[in-house]
Design a protein. Structure first.
Length: 232
């Protein structure tokens, strides 16, 4: 099965380098140097993942990510030349699944791409047994087959990462899932100190969409110094 990946970076040398490494792994690559052309590709092609540079000559990567999330739920990895944490948080809040800071090692980016694809496939694949692909309690319903989540019969527009986090927490109903365990399960990557910030941003955004309070949560509860849990 062919996997189509979008690359958008106005630095041609970087875009070309990423393309070489991804093509060597057997991926089909759609490469662009500006956001407008990239967005037309998003609208016309079946994509499985997008790599977006934050700084683009026309529309920035954050805006492009936001436009993608209006209709699509495939993984998005942001590229940023900045070290500021706010840029990373902004990207995650707008629907990005991961970020990587320039300069980066191409093999590390390839590893991130594969991890996102593994996670996306895992939480979107059809499961024969109906009971295994549905979780329902307290007005919350998650369907792994359709990758849809409803709360009190209203559909929540979740990114793949947000859906995966909620699925993991609901699958461990009543048990505390540590930030490290959650990161490893959802991102499939090694846990580092700043990985906790990534988890926190996604949890916060998930709560906002669920209209859940961090101070008086109905669903996602923080167990300080340990992790998160959902109780029925």
């Amino acid at each position: 099965m062919s996997i189509n990946i979008l690359i958008v970076d106005d630095e041609q040398s970087i875009a070309d380098l990423i393309e070489v490494y991804l093509r060597n792994e057997g991926f089909i690559v759609y490469k662009f140097y500006n956001g407008q052309d990239a967005f037309r590709c998003v609208e016309s092609e079946q994509l499985e993942l997008a790599i977006l540079d934050v700084m683009l000559p026309d529309i920035d990567g954050f805006t492009l990510c936001q436009k993608i999330r209006e209709k699509h739920n495939f993984p998005v990895i942001m590229l940023t030349a900045k070290e500021e944490e706010i840029d990373k948080i902004t990207g995650l809040t707008l629907g990005a699944d991961d970020y990587i800071t320039k300069p980066f090692r191409p093999l590390e980016l390839v590893a991130r791409v594969k991890a996102q694809l593994r996670r996306f496939t895992k939480y979107n694949s059809a499961v024969p047994n109906q009971e295994e692909h549905l979780i329902a309690f307290s007005g919350l319903v998650l369907d792994m087959k359709t990758h849809e989540c409803t709360l009190n019969e209203k559909r929540l527009s979740l990114t793949p990462t947000e859906f995966s986090i909620l699925w993991v927490l609901c699958s461990n109903l009543g048990r505390v899932v540590s930030s490290e365990e959650l990161f490893h399960e959802v991102w499939g990557d090694k846990y580092f100190t700043n990985s906790n910030n990534t988890v926190m941003v996604h949890i916060r955004h998930l709560r906002e969409k669920m209209r859940d309070s961090a101070e008086h949560p109905k669903y996602i509860k923080t167990v300080w110094g340990v992790g998160y849990k959902i109780e029925e």
